[in-house]
Design a protein around this ligand. Structure first.
Ligand SMILES: C[S@@+](CC[C@H](N)C(=O)[O-])C[C@H]1O[C@@H](n2cnc3c(N)ncnc32)[C@H](O)[C@@H]1O
Length: 228
């Protein structure tokens, strides 16, 4: 998989790119790159945004700047590009990221993520240069960088070889293995702490009983915390 993140702040991704599951996927031949809109702006003095028509607070990311950055990277018209690969605009009001969308994105071989800043995108960017809008929740962040990292994190850990243990991503919250339910509780040593005991079944070594207890716990959690 090749993921390109368009941002005004590529250094923000340095920590994320050094995380083990990310370096594991890179070692497997996947790619995660950042493109700085500012490096390709056709405007003077590194300008990338402008005041909104009609007035109002904040600055809006310009459509010509985003087109220049996309063309520099892909050498085709961005209108055509978003018919050939998923180009996601990160917006607070987009489709809310969930495990189903993560699975969908993890099945793509090419992904482009556009981070907004300030007041957001000129609407023509969203309309003509992107295939989808994705939100990481119904709240407003200062920029798309954290949202892009959340998406990349969730998507990359689905790829084979990302995690130390292959089973880690198979049986976890919202997975098919758990019927879409939240994961069951985990415990580790000590088996008793301040009188709080680990459920007996987990110490029994009886794998079928443990499996059935875990599934029942996951179902109980799903009933207690229904998904929106
Ligand atoms: C301050 S926000 C702009 C908010 C916009 N004026 C609005 O009211 O919808 C700046 C940028 O942060 C990103 N962003 C903010 N919240 C987000 C969220 N919940 N999910 C995804 N991206 C988000 C988007 O890229 C957005 O363009």
């Amino acid at each position: 998989m090749e993921i390109d993140v368009f941002t005004l702040f590529p250094p923000a991704f340095a920590w994320f790119q050094s995380q083990r599951h990310v370096t594991n996927t890179i070692a497997q031949g996947h790619r995660l790159s950042c493109v700085n809109y500012r490096d390709h702006t056709p405007l003077g003095a590194g300008q990338v945004d402008d005041t909104p028509f009609g007035g109002g607070a904040g600055m809006v990311l310009r459509v010509d700047v985003v087109e220049a950055a996309l063309r520099a990277r892909y050498a085709i018209d961005p209108v055509e590009l978003c018919r050939q690969r998923r180009v996601l605009a990160l917006t607070p009001s987009g489709r809310v990221l969930d495990d189903a969308l993560v699975e969908e994105l993890a099945a793509e071989s090419l992904l482009t993520l556009l981070c907004g800043r300030y007041e957001g995108f000129d609407e023509r960017i969203i309309e003509h240069f992107t295939s989808d809008q994705v939100s990481i929740g119904r709240y407003v962040l200062a920029g798309g960088e954290l949202a892009a990292m959340v998406i990349c994190d969730a998507v990359l850990r689905k790829l084979p070889g990302a995690l130390g243990h292959v089973d880690s991503a198979i049986e976890e919250s919202f997975s098919r293995a758990l019927e879409g339910a939240p994961e069951y509780p985990h415990y580790t040593r000590p088996a008793e702490y301040r009188g709080w005991k680990v459920p007996e079944v987990l110490l029994s070594g009886h794998h079928a009983n443990i499996r059935s207890w875990r599934l029942q716990q996951a179902r109980a959690r799903a009933a207690q915390r229904p998904l929106p």
